[in-house]
Design a protein around this ligand. Sequence first.
Ligand SMILES: [Ca+2]
Ligand SMILES: [Ca+2]
Ligand SMILES: [Ca+2]
Length: 281
Amino acid sequence: MKRFVLFALVAGLGLAVGTAQALTLQPNVATWQSWGVGDLNENGTPYWDGNSDDYNPEPANIGYWLTKTGAFAPIGSAPAAVKNASPGAAYPYLGNADGTAITDVYFQSTTPNWAALKIEIAGLSAWNYFGIYKQGDLPANLNELLTTPPGTIGSSGKSMLLFKGTDGPGASLTFVSPWADFGFYLATEDSANPGNVLRAFFSESSLNSGTELNKQHFAFFQAKSGAYPAYYIGTEDKPLGGSDKDYNDLVVYVQAIPDASTWMLFLSGVPALALLRRKKA
Ligand SMILES: [Ca+2]
Ligand SMILES: [Ca+2]
Ligand SMILES: [Ca+2]
């Protein structure tokens, strides 16, 4: 009897973890590149290692923020809240071995994910919207990317807002993608014409328009792997030709979390544990 209970418990847990792994948050490519503080010199290699305008002359791109160096070091001039939000780690980034960007990135997930807005260091911070869209399939009217409140799906069913312009660090939400495959977008609202998109960039940069076609405005860093992976996502909010390429303009942390059925399976093992404990006593 005892052995059967143990078996049921282990089988339940195994099923729970297996279910989560099958559908959890994963990029379509897995070429993670390692880096360290020694690679930071604002020379554009890796592609997110740009010369930030934010705290000149102190360096301040996403790499410095992740590692608490430059403007984000204890003596740096960035605000304490921005420094404190840093994980202090050089997490591997998604890219080519030579430091160039992977142009088309999307993710796969049908399980819940938790997203948190970590920092925004950009003049356009009040106008930048961040969300997910159906892989390879944009809304015909990009103004749908501004559909609020966060968690709402746009009218064509092809986008879901996660953070609106007036959201700031500390904003967070749990979301389930309506599509198995989805990309991330950054849309800037036109301050002169609210409700209209001034510019929008997509993690599949082949969906970008004009000068930004095939130019990657997102940088992905892998904070956790395994059953519940997590990523930091840095963004550059201006056309790359006229930007500082610091990828710290809006930074989001996103992590896969256990869904309700996984918790049910897990909890189903708890009475078995209690039974085992009672038998021992
Ligand atoms: Ca460099
Ligand atoms: Ca920037
Ligand atoms: Ca910036």
